[in-house]
Each structure stands twice: as structure tokens, then as C-alpha cells.
Design a binder for this molecule. Structure first.
Ligand SMILES: [Zn+2]
Length: 380
């Protein structure tokens, strides 16, 4: 073992691997009632969108009928400090002793952050499979207008995660497609950031990401076609659970790379705020592969990009700036995306070669042009 290998194997790592308990299945919510009551007596039920209001009303009456002194609150924006501060006060005023976060990634992140800051347990109830936020000990913080600001590492994963298939199945199919793009990014990013790691646990996390990718490639299209299929269960759990587990086992050294950095850059533009997290991440993977190909001179990346492009298209996911709602984007705005994505502490710099905002801009434009060329050649 040389000195470098030794220092990697020898350095200390701390991992938040998984929620203390995960309950999953068709009626997981109902089956968790007693568990919830054993964790907290005065929960704060947190949610956001109008689309899930009726579902959350049902959860609220369930919690109340358990004899729990439940307060409900809604985010007005994304997971942002303004909302967090307001709801933090509400939770303190009502002496809440737990947070039940029911919704998509932004709600789950906000619930985990609130619980972390208040020092009380968090219970996550994903209402879609759009991210693995119900699992992880991480939260992304946005501005009130939806621009990514930073992520925060939390003390631990949730105390309880309830992945109720019946609830998740009611989410729009677009959320599952977005979850697939976010989960498949694990392979493209982990293999770059940690593919040559000598740490056994990290190597195993990278291999799990490869198996996850293969499963999504095989079962993804059927899962989207038929929410009552076995493929749907496998894919929804792959996106919401396995992707989180890979992050937990891989730890902070098994990082996100350019795909998420490009996502973070894109959130700076008002015009693509309507697009879901995974929809932007999926496009970010295409840009990352383009960078690996043109700057890293990796010919396999070109092949991987063509394969991924077809797959994303099959799932109706955005593969161009146009698809992302950025058909009228100006060069100045694209430069802002690249400046943000290339900040000194950006995960983009986990690529094995140096990237400047101008080389990223080149890759963004090239990935987009070349996407159009493929579309044109298919059409004619
Ligand atoms: Zn993500």
C-alpha cells in the first residue's frame, strides 16, 4: 500500500447511512400510526403544494385521531430561510416535539432542517418518488424565488421514513420521471468522483449506483407506463430509497459532480423554476458527459451520452435548453449559470480536470447544438 492509499483508508469518515426505520409498502402510512405516536405527541405536519392538500388533510385527521396534538404548516416558497424561520417560530410556540414532513423534495428538506434546528425527531412521508430527500441527512436551501443557495449537512437521517406506495402512486408521472433522472445521476457522478477510490465501502457504493442505473434503464419505461406494475414499485423505491442509501454508504467523498452543479446553476434563472429538480439534473448529466468527452478526452463519454439521451427522451425528460423552457435565454444568463456552477466550492470541481466558466459555457452550447442535430437527423 503506498502512502496515498494509506492516507485514504486511514482517514476518518462519518456516515449518516439511513433513517432509523423505513416502513414501505402499499399501506405503510396506516401501518406506521403507532410508531409515529411513539416518536412524538405534538407533531408539526409540514407540506406545500395545493396538489397534495387533500392528501395532507387526510394525514392530519389521522394524526389527530391518534390523540396527537398536531399543528399543520405550509411552505410558501421552496425550502428557504424565510419559510424556515416563520415555521420554526410556529413550532416553538406550539411546543412541537416532532416534524412530519409530507411532500416532495423541498418539503422533505425543509422538514429535516426544521427538526435538526429544533433538536426534535423528523418523520418523512414522501408524496412522490421525485428525489431521495426522504432518506438523506442533507438539505438544499434555496432563495424565496427558487435559486439554489447552498446545502446543509444534518446531524442524522430521519427517525422514520414512511414510503407509502398508495400515496406515492397518486403523484403525477412527471415526478417519477424526474426521480429517475436524479437517481441515475448517482452513477454518472459517483463513478467520476469516487470510481478510483481505494475505500471498500465507497467502491461498494459506486457499484450499487451502477446496479441502480441498470435497473432504471430496464424498468424505467414500464414503470412510467403502468403505475400498478412491479416495475413501478422497483423504480419508485430505487429513486426514493436506494439512491439515498448510496449517498449514505458513499458518504461525503462519494460526491455529486457536474450534473448537480449545472442544476444549481440553472436554478439561478427564473425561466426554469417550473422545471423539477431531476429534470434539470438529467440535463446536467448530458452536459457533464460532454465535458468529459471534450475536455477530458474520454471517448466512452460520447457513447454514454448517446445512450442516456435516448433514454431521457423515452421518458419525456428535457434534453435541451429549449425543453427546459430556456429557448429565449440570453448569453448573459447562460454566463451567469456557468459562473454559479463554477464557484470555488462547487462540486463541479470534483471532475478530474480543471473547468472554467467559459469551457462550461462551450459544453452547454455544444450539448444543446448537438442535441438539435440529432433531432434534425432523426426528423429528416
Ligand atoms: Zn439530486
Amino acid at each position: 500500500m503506498n502512502k496515498n492509499n494509506l492516507s485514504e483508508a486511514d482517514s476518518h469518515c462519518s456516515h449518516s447511512i439511513a433513517p432509523a426505520k423505513v416502513v414501505r409498502g402499499e399501506r405503510a402510512w396506516e401501518e406506521s400510526h403507532q410508531l409515529i405516536a411513539s416518536i412524538c405527541r405534538s407533531p408539526l405536519l409540514l407540506g406545500r403544494s395545493k396538489a397534495t392538500a387533500v392528501l395532507r388533510q387526510g394525514l392530519l385527521s389521522n394524526l389527530k385521531s391518534l390523540g396527537l396534538n398536531t399543528v399543520s404548516a405550509e411552505l410558501k416558497h421552496d425550502c428557504c430561510e424565510m419559510d424556515l424561520n416563520r415555521i420554526n417560530c410556529l413550532a416553538l410556540y406550539n411546543s412541537c416535539d416532532g416534524v412530519v414532513a409530507a411532500g416532495g423534495g423541498k418539503v422533505l428538506d425543509a422538514g429535516k432542517l426544521l427538526a435538526h434546528r429544533l433538536g426534535i425527531p423528523c418523520i418523512t412521508v414522501p408524496l412522490s418518488a421525485s428525489t431521495c430527500a426522504g432518506w438523506t441527512a442533507l438539505a438544499n436551501i434555496y432563495s424565496p424565488t427558487g435559486a439554489f443557495q447552498r446545502d446543509e449537512v444534518l446531524a442524522r437521517c430521519p427517525q422514520l421514513m414512511i414510503f407509502d406506495h398508495g400515496l406515492v402512486r397518486q403523484a403525477p408521472p412527471r415526478t417519477l420521471a424526474s426521480g429517475i433522472a436524479d437517481a441515475i445521476a448517482k452513477w454518472y457522478e459517483a463513478s467520476v468522483s469516487s470510481g478510483s477510490s481505494n475505500d471498500g465501502l465507497i467502491q461498494q457504493a459506486v457499484q450499487m449506483a451502477r446496479v441502480l442505473r441498470d435497473q432504471l434503464l430496464i424498468d424505467g419505461p414500464e414503470a412510467l407506463r403502468d403505475p400498478n406494475s412491479l416495475a413501478w414499485i422497483k423504480v419508485a423505491e430505487a429513486c426514493a430509497l436506494t439512491a439515498g442509501l448510496i449517498g449514505g454508504i458513499g458518504g461525503s467523498r462519494c460526491r455529486t459532480v457536474a450534473a448537480h452543479a449545472v442544476h444549481n446553476g440553472l436554478t439561478q434563472l427564473e425561466a426554469c423554476h417550473e422545471m423539477l429538480h431531476g429534470e434539470k439534473v438529467g440535463y446536467g448529466i448530458l452536459v457533464q458527459l460532454r465535458l468529459e468527452e471534450i475536455i477530458g478526452s474520454n471517448q466512452l463519454a460520447a457513447q454514454a451520452r448517446r445512450q442516456l439521451l435516448q433514454f431521457l427522451r423515452k421518458l419525456d425528460l428535457p434534453v435541451s435548453l429549449d425543453d427546459l423552457g430556456l429557448s429565449k435565454v440570453s448569453l448573459i444568463e447562460l454566463k451567469e449559470v456557468c459562473r454559479f456552477a463554477c464557484q470555488a466550492d462547487s462540486d463541479l470541481h470534483h471532475l478530474p480536470f480543471a473547468i472554467s466558466p467559459s469551457s462550461l459555457l462551450e459544453a452547454l452550447v455544444a450539448a444543446d447544438k448537438d442535441e438539435q442535430l440529432i433531432v434534425e437527423s432523426k426528423d429528416t
